[in-house]
Write a protein of this length. Structure first.
Length: 41
């Protein structure tokens, strides 16, 4: 059995920004996840 330390930094490098869109439309919220191991996707 192998143990591995997994971590994820708390704060995002780029926070998701709010968007206003019509009801039922698609919205993409760009962000950059924090550093982690394994790397966040």
């Amino acid at each position: 059995m192998m143990n591995r330390l997994i971590y994820l930094l708390k704060d995002f490098y780029r926070e998701p920004a709010s968007e206003r869109r019509p009801l039922n439309s698609l919205v993409e919220l760009p962000c950059q996840p924090p550093e982690g191991d394994p790397s966040p996707e």
